[in-house]
Design a protein. Structure first.
Length: 464
């Protein structure tokens, strides 16, 4: 049998084919990460590079503790994990709200929600705010954005500084793709967004660029047959969607690699908020500020590899994202920001210094009546300091206190056992609510057309 096999022309053709495929796979693997090996000291050289691009990927509704690189036992995110493994991962990142518009206003400005004033449905960022895209545009970057969530639409001020700010044209959805939380307001899938991003690279890849992508398929629980790996309960479907988006994003990264851009691109992966699965009696988001809806990822992939990658254990938050990026790029800082650059924490982690350089209070905020404009504001504020986290309903003064070190899921209220801690964090929350507005003033209210309101309602939110 073996003699006949060895004499067979098919055997040699098959062997040759396998060898070619192996060689191609090997070359693709090499090309996929052709970045040079770097050191933490090379971070200081990024500001000197006139060719450095910035890809900012915002994955809507992505909670950090459902990613493999953040300790999740399921392999939901191999692509993001690979970015973190040779880059920088912030292990304790907190968003400023569980509602997209409020959270993104803080992320882009570096200001807490009480200061941006963007806490209710009609409010928008002031045109007087100086946004990161404006800073990058003035530094010579081509600035493009592709988004799929109406809460970051241009009517709310998020397009400031972008040459192009578009929502991609929706393509027909293949029969193999499932959307377990479909909404009329978000057509198509993130594949449409990535296709538009690839077109952008074909047109502008040789220029210096900043590309912001706002993905929505985790929010929509989108997946297909190949990523239906984890079951049929809502948390399982959510994990399927993360795996799907991770794969969709990998297509864009392959394009960046193929164009030789990986070695001169800083890649950011972040999220606006997480998702609840009944930890505090609710599912979804945009209702409260418990940990499951405010614990988000923050990953940086550099133009060079770090082996091993850096893990920043110091507590950080989304208001720190742009101060950190602008510092790395050597660009002017955001005006009057509450957040600050975390480059010192990155370098401390690289040196093996476990302690945080600063562990002051961090804040998350949602107005629980944000979509009901006829009702009085009802702010809910979370204050994190050290191992403790207070969740305060400001209108009633009722606070819940948790020890996140011993109780990371915030299930045991220790307020009766720690009255002094409760009083101290409550005072911090009350002081937070009295903070002055942004340097440019308050948030103007915008009047939306009926079709815009319907699209926002179609996202699953109650908006009046």
């Amino acid at each position: 049998m073996w003699r006949r096999l060895l004499a067979s022309r098919r055997f040699y053709l098959a062997s040759a084919t396998l060898m070619i495929l192996a060689a191609v796979a090997s070359q693709l693997e090499l090309r996929r990460d052709a970045r040079p090996l770097g050191t933490p000291a090379d971070l200081a050289t990024l500001r000197e590079r006139p060719d450095l691009n910035l890809l900012f990927v915002l994955i809507d509704t992505l909670r950090a503790d459902h990613l493999s690189s953040y300790g999740y036992p399921r392999e939901t995110s191999p692509g993001i994990d690979a970015l973190a493994a040779t880059g920088i991962r912030f292990a304790q990142q907190m968003s400023q709200s569980s509602w997209t518009k409020c959270s993104m206003a803080s992320l882009w400005t570096g200001l807490y929600p009480v200061r941006t004033g963007v806490t209710r449905s009609p409010q928008a960022l002031s045109p007087d705010a100086r946004m990161p895209a404006e800073i990058l545009r003035d530094a010579g970057f081509r600035t493009f954005a592709i988004w799929r969530n109406g809460w970051v639409g241009p009517a709310f001020g998020f397009s400031q500084g972008f040459e192009v700010y578009l929502s991609p044209r929706a393509s027909p959805i293949p029969a193999s793709v499932r959307r377990e939380k479909p909404t009329v307001g978000v057509a198509g899938t993130d594949q449409d967004l990535v296709s538009s991003a690839i077109e952008f690279l074909r047109s502008h890849g040789k220029e210096r660029w900043f590309l912001y992508l706002h993905l929505m398929d985790v929010h929509q629980y989108v997946y297909d047959e190949d990523t239906a790996l984890f079951g049929t309960r809502y948390p399982d479907l959510y994990d399927n969607a993360i795996r799907w988006v991770d794969r969709v994003l990998a297509r864009l990264l392959r394009e960046i690699d193929a164009r030789g851009l990986r070695e001169k691109t800083l890649i950011v992966v972040a999220a606006d908020h997480g998702e609840a699965f009944g930890e505090h009696g609710r599912e979804g988001h945009a209702r409260d500020v418990y940990g499951e809806v405010t614990t988000t990822p923050f990953v940086l992939s550099l133009p060079f590899r770090l082996e091993p990658g850096i893990v920043v254990q110091a507590p950080t938050e989304n208001v720190d994202v742009w101060p950190t990026l602008l510092d790395l790029l050597g660009l002017p800082p955001l005006e009057g920001a509450d957040g600050r650059s975390r480059v010192p924490e990155i370098l401390a982690a690289a040196r093996g210094e476990a302690g945080a350089l600063r562990d002051g209070p961090r804040f998350a905020h949602i107005d629980q009546t944000w979509g009901r404009t006829g009702e009085r504001p009802r702010p809910m504020v979370a204050v994190s300091e050290g191992p403790y986290r207070l969740v305060l309903r400001a209108a009633s003064g009722r606070g819940e206190l948790y020890d996140r070190a011993a109780d990371p899921r915030e299930q045991h209220d220790i307020a009766p056992e720690q009255p002094e801690v409760l009083a101290r964090l409550t005072a911090l929350a009350e002081d937070y609510l009295k903070k002055p507005p942004a340097p440019w003033g308050g948030a103007p209210a915008v009047e939306l057309e009926q079709d815009e309101l319907e699209r926002l309602r179609a996202l699953g939110y109650s908006v009046q």
